[in-house]
Each structure stands twice: as structure tokens, then as C-alpha cells.
Design a protein around this ligand. Structure first.
Ligand code: ADP
Ligand code: MG
Length: 263
């Protein structure tokens, strides 16, 4: 069992409480992100509020440029908000010291970057082993776990291939293995099926769903693929810097354009 799963099972009181109402894993309160440049202020997120409860898989849908990556980076402590607070397991990230934040990034959250950020000249196995090496694990153990994870994402045969030589879909799978190799409880994926053809997008999304269930993750996926988002437990739309629940009908979603007008 992963460290995170062990930690989750550690408190009987928490387990009992969880049986009554699902535990809130991630919460954003009044998140605001403003970029300042010579051209003035750019308000990307104006007031984002939401909670993510243990075990759910939720989607954030919005067109390109709406602020999905900005929001996920704040939630993963890869960037800091202008105002507002992110809570992980009811603890505000802003009061965490550097070591606690590093631990949150490296152990609690598995992050799949929009531009997968693999090291092209390193093998798939080395790329997946990297987060374990960063947190001080031995090379042989890191590579053993890396191979295990490559098998889980269907790439056992590609372990020694250079990441730069893999197909787009295979690179996404390596990025997913790298995000999960550390045993996080929370998966955040930023357009994990972006720039894949439909067949690969469906396969990669199906893989995320399987891993989500198998490892009892709590998952948040930014996407502009409506059909895939609709498969999640819950869909939220990001529009004008605010996140709001949206229904399953594509026409209700931000960026949808039922009248066919230019947006
Ligand atoms: P999405 O992921 O939904 O496509 P992003 O979060 O990448 O959107 O970007 C939202 C907006 O914020 C875009 O207009 C983008 O140009 C702007 N932006 C992102 N990062 C920066 C930055 N570091 N400085 C200024 N503007 C930025
Ligand atoms: Mg983005």
C-alpha cells in the first residue's frame, strides 16, 4: 500500500468521521490571482471557492486562457495566490514552512503538467524515478518502483526508451506514472489529454480513471474535452475568474457556444 494510503488509514477517528461525511481533501477559499505587467493588472482568478472531497474525481472545464493552469498551480503550491487560501486536509498551505510545502508538492500531490515536462534525453524509467531520487531514495529502489509504475500505465516495454522518442500518448502515460510514483493521495492533471487524437485521449483518460479507483485517489482534472469531463463525478466551469458548478449539458459550459456566435 502506498504511504499516502497508509497515512489515510492511520486515524480511526478520521475513518469514522469519513464514513458519516466525506472528508474534505482540498479546499480553496476566495482565491485571487492577479498578474501585473507594464500593460496593467490582469485578473485571472477573481474569487475561486470550492471543495474536493476524498475519493471524488472532478473536472474543471474552460476554454484556453481561462486560468485553468493558473488555478491548478495554486492548488498544488507551485505558485502563490495574490489573495485567498488553499487548504489541504484542513491545513492552510500559506502557514506551511518551506519543508512542509516541499513535502506537499513531492508527497501529497501528483501533478501532471500541461506540457508534460519530461526530460527528453532520459529514459522513461529515469523520468519516472526522478521524484523518488529528489526525495532521497536509493537509485535501485527508485528504478524498481519506476518500472512497476510503467507497467501500470502499460509501458513496461518502453522503460528504456528515451522520453523524447515516445509518442504523444506514451509521453502522457509516462507523465502520469511520474506523478503517481511517490504515492500521493491527490492527483491534479492539467489537460492530460490535450493535443492527443481522440482515440489516445479516451485511452489516457480511461487510464486516469482506472488509477484513480485502484489507488483511491482524489482527483482534479482540467480539460476542455467536454465528453471526457462529463465522465467525472462533478464538473465545474471556470469563467471570468470564478469557478461554478455546471451541469452535464455541454451547452451550459463555459466556452460552449450554442448560438454559433464568435466568442
Ligand atoms: P488556461 O490554462 O485555462 O489556458 P492559463 O492559466 O494558462 O489558462 O492562463 C490564463 C491567463 O493568464 C492567460 O491570459 C495567460 O496569458 C495569463 N498568464 C498566465 N501566466 C502568466 C504570467 N506569468 N504573467 C502574466 N500573465 C500570465
Ligand atoms: Mg492551461
Amino acid at each position: 500500500m502506498s504511504e499516502a494510503a497508509t497515512a489515510r488509514g492511520g486515524s480511526t477517528a478520521a475513518a469514522v468521521a469519513g464514513a458519516v461525511s466525506p472528508r474534505v481533501v482540498l479546499e480553496a477559499r476566495h482565491l485571487r490571482k492577479v498578474y501585473r505587467s507594464h500593460a496593467g493588472e490582469l485578473v485571472i482568478l477573481s474569487d475561486v471557492n470550492f471543495t474536493l472531497t476524498e475519493g471524488e474525481i472532478a473536472a474543471i472545464v474552460a476554454p484556453s486562457g481561462a486560468g485553468k493552469s493558473t488555478l491548478l498551480h495554486l492548488l498544488a503550491a507551485l505558485d502563490t495566490p495574490t489573495n485567498g487560501t488553499v487548504y489541504f486536509s484542513a491545513k492552510p498551505l500559506e502557514v506551511s514552512d518551506d519543508a512542509a510545502l516541499a513535502s506537499y508538492r513531492n508527497r501529497a500531490v501528483g501533478f501532471v503538467w500541461q506540457r508534460h515536462h519530461l526530460l527528453p534525453d532520459f529514459s522513461a524509467a529515469e523520468n519516472v524515478a526522478l521524484p523518488l531520487l529528489i526525495r532521497g531514495e536509493r537509485l535501485d529502489e527508485a528504478l524498481r518502483r519506476s518500472h512497476e509504475w510503467l507497467a501500470q500505465v502499460g509501458l513496461a516495454e518502453r522503460a528504456s526508451h528515451r522520453a523524447g522518442e515516445l509518442s504523444g500518448g506514451e509521453q502522457r502515460r509516462v507523465a502520469i506514472a511520474r506523478a503517481l510514483v511517490t504515492g500521493p493521495s491527490l492527483l491534479q492533471a492539467d489537460e492530460p489529454t490535450g493535443d492527443l487524437d481522440e482515440q489516445n485521449a479516451v485511452a489516457v483518460f480511461g487510464l486516469i480513471e482506472r488509477l484513480h479507483r485502484a489507488h483511491r485517489l482524489t482527483s482534479l482534472i482540467a480539460t476542455h474535452n467536454h465528453a471526457l469531463a462529463a465522465r467525472c463525478d462533478r464538473v465545474m466551469g471556470l469563467e471570468h475568474g470564478v469557478l461554478r458548478p455546471v451541469g452535464r449539458r455541454e451547452a451550459d459550459w463555459p466556452g460552449a457556444n450554442p448560438e454559433g456566435e464568435a466568442s
